[in-house]
Design a protein around this ligand. Structure first.
Ligand SMILES: [Fe+2]
Length: 373
């Protein structure tokens, strides 16, 4: 009987949109030291610490901080004991993104539907309440050790004791634009099919190794989109090249497929990047030879301040809908695994395909410095 009810509920859930999603939920990182990571995201990215869970709040096995800047939310979590599943995760992968979560209107129906579509359950729907909010949370397994939590939330996240942050100074980063997965050679299409089947996502774009190749390395990428386009999940796989691709380097160090980068959006990339540089985050170096060609390519946007764009090593691209500015951080942990992209969209809906050559050459220079090219 319960199954029958859930199926009806799932049918109603999907009556208008094949799999309704409201947006990205908090990205949960598993790290060695949640306190220090929370401090780093606060001081480097300008996020506010708005919640805490740990032994003082009844969480006996972990310490966890909830961070937020406008719509962009992270959770950083560390284990209190070495043989904990979180500690094992960090031992194998290094610090990394465990949970790429989504806000949904009904976390029970979403879970039911995902499982009916063939997803492997990770967490059965569970109701959590506090004085400040209530949620239903469920989760399914994704690539590697990554999961997708499906979160229905009213009020404040009840997993955390509410905190006020009077220290954080915002940097203008305000939302998660897209989250990119690296998967093994030959596996990209399996994961494309996974998102089509489980969440009814559609393929937004496709980049083959012709588009994304340098003298040495190549990769292929497909962008899956859902939630009426709010959710964008590019999936990369390595392609044959003369040398080791950046995707293979990632897989060597992360040990399994996982999140490679997440793009954080801002309304003013130049101000955000200048601010973030002053806080200690380095972004990739773009050679000066990139700019004459870029100016030519974007000549119709004559208001662009090219001196400042070049000074900040920002990349620029356009598509049929407008233009975008973007840059990429260097690695944020000791292993060459996860990094951030910062992006300002002025109409453009693409991913900077016109920059792939310059970008991958910049990434390879860093890879070569590590002795991994
Ligand atoms: Fe990206």
């Amino acid at each position: 009987m319960a199954d029958f009810d859930l199926t009806l509920r799932a049918k109603e859930f999907a009556s208008k949109d094949p799999f309704p999603m409201k947006g990205f939920g908090p990205m949960e990182w598993y790290v060695g030291n949640a306190f220090m990571t929370a401090q780093a995201f606060r001081s480097l990215l300008g996020m506010s610490i708005i919640g805490y869970a740990g032994p003082e709040t009844g969480s006996r096995d972990r310490a966890s901080y909830l961070l937020k800047q406008d719509q962009m939310e992270f959770i950083v979590t560390g284990a209190l004991d070495g043989d904990h599943e979180i500690a094992e995760h960090v031992k194998l992968h290094g610090p990394g993104v465990k949970d790429v979560s989504f806000y949904v209107p009904d976390a029970t129906a979403a879970f039911e539907m995902a499982v009916q579509n063939g997803a492997t359950p990770h967490r059965e729907p569970e109701k959590i309440e506090s004085d400040d909010g209530r949620m239903v949370i469920s989760a399914i397994k994704a690539y590697g050790d990554t999961i997708h939590s499906l979160i229905e939330l009213e009020g404040a996240d009840p997993r955390f004791e509410v905190r006020e942050d009077h220290i954080a100074k915002p940097t203008g980063l305000h939302a998660i634009d897209h989250v990119v997965a690296n998967v093994e050679l030959g596996k990209m299409n399996e994961w494309v099919e996974f998102y089509e089947r489980i969440f009814c996502f559609t393929m937004l774009r496709h980049f083959d190794d012709e588009a994304i190749s340098t003298e040495y390395t190549a990769l292929m990428s497909k962008v899956m989109a859902g939630g009426n386009g709010i959710i964008k999940l590019p999936i990369n796989e390595p392609a044959e090249g003369k040398k080791k691709s950046q995707i293979e380097e990632y897989l060597d160090y992360y040990k399994t497929p996982g999140v490679q980068h997440m793009a954080l959006s801002t309304e003013d990339l130049q101000t955000t990047v200048a601010d973030i540089h002053s806080r200690g985050i380095e972004t990739i170096h773009v050679p000066s030879t990139y700019y004459p060609e870029a100016k030519e390519r974007l000549s119709e946007y004559d208001h662009l301040d090219w001196d400042r764009i070049e000074e900040l090593s920002i990349l620029v691209d356009k598509d049929d809908d407008g233009y975008l500015l973007q840059t990429f951080t260097k690695m944020l942990q000791d292993r060459p695994t996860v990094f951030f992209e910062f992006i300002e969209r002025r109409g453009a809906t693409g991913f900077g395909v016109g920059n792939f050559q310059a970008l991958f050459e910049a990434i390879e220079r860093e890879q070569a410095k590590r002795g991994n090219l």
